[in-house]
Design a protein around this ligand. Structure first.
Ligand code: NAD
Ligand code: GLY
Length: 371
């Protein structure tokens, strides 16, 4: 087992990474001296496979868990489902000393984390991520929340887990499309922070796609180290943490205009990162050969790198972008790459540049804020 620490003073917590760790869930909860009563929140797909071992491990360690499952998928990341969880927590008389276990992908982690952040003004929670995307990104760092029809993650909080448990065995049951979507966040770390990781991904992509155990464990651990370092320096995203949003402004916009049903999050940010690379080449000095390498790596991973939008969809995309959390005083802020491994935050990008990066037709409609 590898352990990476998220350094947050008295709220420092470990990310444990290894095979077969779900069986130790109860032991890790006991080690953290968590309250005896807990609620495991999951989705129906994950529950079918991992409900039993999670509950068995908690019970064996002396905990008294109850289990709640929600529908699977991005469309379930709603306030309505949060409300349904609150009702269950109240029904089971969950108290301040109780805790929540988020068992699933990023949707479950974000939603269950938000429930834990807000129920009784905040109770403890632990993350047990079961998708690649959740293991390398969403389970770490304490961003929790849900979507609105108007935009992604518009309601949320910062609430750090007590620990994160990444059982690599759970990835074996993940559909190939979901695994590839997780690689979009892995590639992001190479672009924003670690040129050596990017080169390794280019070299080891076939091994990663086959889930070669040692390669996968090393890459997940490296991504967690990067995320932990960034969060440790800027927990509440007042500066540095924004680098993690590379490609996300457009990605979130695409998710919102397709009603969270067409693209997986990783697919949407793959398109967003390729567009961000093109914008970076045009206005931040990213060498053309780096843009080509970035585009090729996403393509070779089997991820989408372009999108076709009608005029009406383009208009909706710009409306969604304007609602993004990264917009300040009506200005669209982007993270742009200077070179692979180094990015700049807070870069103003003109709507025409965005349209060009996605190969969208110039619009004759009145788009919001001159888009
Ligand atoms: P997801 O949670 O929807 O999981 C993907 C699908 O895989 C679901 O259908 C799920 O039921 C299924 N699944 C999960 N684990 C499985 C397993 N082991 N075996 C078989 N099936 C399994 O999606 P995701 O990609 O994990 O997460 C995406 C979400 O994460 C988005 O909402 C995104 O906004 C969020 N996110 C949050 C942060 C953050 O910092 N909080 C960072 C990145 C992404
Ligand atoms: N995934 C963005 C963040 O955690 O800040």
């Amino acid at each position: 087992m590898r352990t990476v620490k998220v350094p947050l003073a008295d709220r420092t917590y470990p990310i444990h990474i290894g095979a077969g760790l779900l069986a130790d869930l109860g032991k890790h909860c006991a080690h953290q001296k968590l309250g005896q009563r807990c609620v495991v929140i999951s989705d129906t797909t994950v529950a079918r496979r991992y409900r039993k071992p999670a509950l068995a491990s908690l019970k064996a360690a002396g905990f008294a868990p109850v289990f709640i499952s929600q529908p699977a998928g991005e469309q379930a990341k709603t306030l309505k489902n949060v409300q349904a969880c609150y009702d269950q927590l109240a029904k089971h008389r969950i108290e301040r000393g109780s805790f929540v276990v988020a068992l699933g992908g990023g949707v479950v982690g974000d939603m269950a984390g938000f429930v834990a952040a807000t129920y009784l003004r905040g109770i403890d929670f632990v993350q047990v991520p079961t998708t690649l995307l959740a293991q390398v990104d969403s389970s770490v760092g304490g961003k929790v929340g849900v979507n609105l029809a108007a935009g992604k993650n518009l309601v949320g909080a910062f609430h750090q887990p007590k620990f994160v448990l990444c059982d690599l065995d759970t990835l074996r049951t993940l559909p190939a499309r979901e695994f590839r979507a997780g690689l979009a966040e892995v590639i992001k770390y190479g672009i924003i922070y670690d040129a050596k990781l990017f080169t390794r991904l280019e070299r080891d992509l076939p091994k990663l796609l086959q889930q070669h155990p040692a390669t996968l464990a090393a890459v997940i651990a490296r991504c967690c180290q990067i995320k932990a370092a960034v969060v440790g320096l800027d927990e509440n995203e007042t500066g540095l943490r924004a680098i993690l949003n590379f490609g996300h402004t457009l990605g979130h916009g695409l998710e919102a205009i397709s009603k969270y049903g067409k693209y997986l999050h990783g697919e949407a940010i793959s398109i967003g990162q390729v567009a961000a690379a093109r914008i970076s080449q045009a206005q931040a000095g990213l060498p053309a050969k780096d843009t080509a390498r970035i585009t090729a790596l996403f393509k070779n991973t089997g991820l989408p790198t372009s999108v076709k939008l009608t005029l009406a969809q383009t208009k909706r995309l710009f409306t969604a972008i304007q609602l993004d959390k990264k917009v300040t005083a009506g200005q669209i802020n982007f993270v742009l790459a200077k070179k692979i491994g180094q990015v700049l935050t807070g870069q103003k990008v003109q709507p025409a540049q965005i349209r060009q990066s996605l190969n969208l037709q110039p619009s004759t409609l009145n788009l919001p804020n001159g888009c």
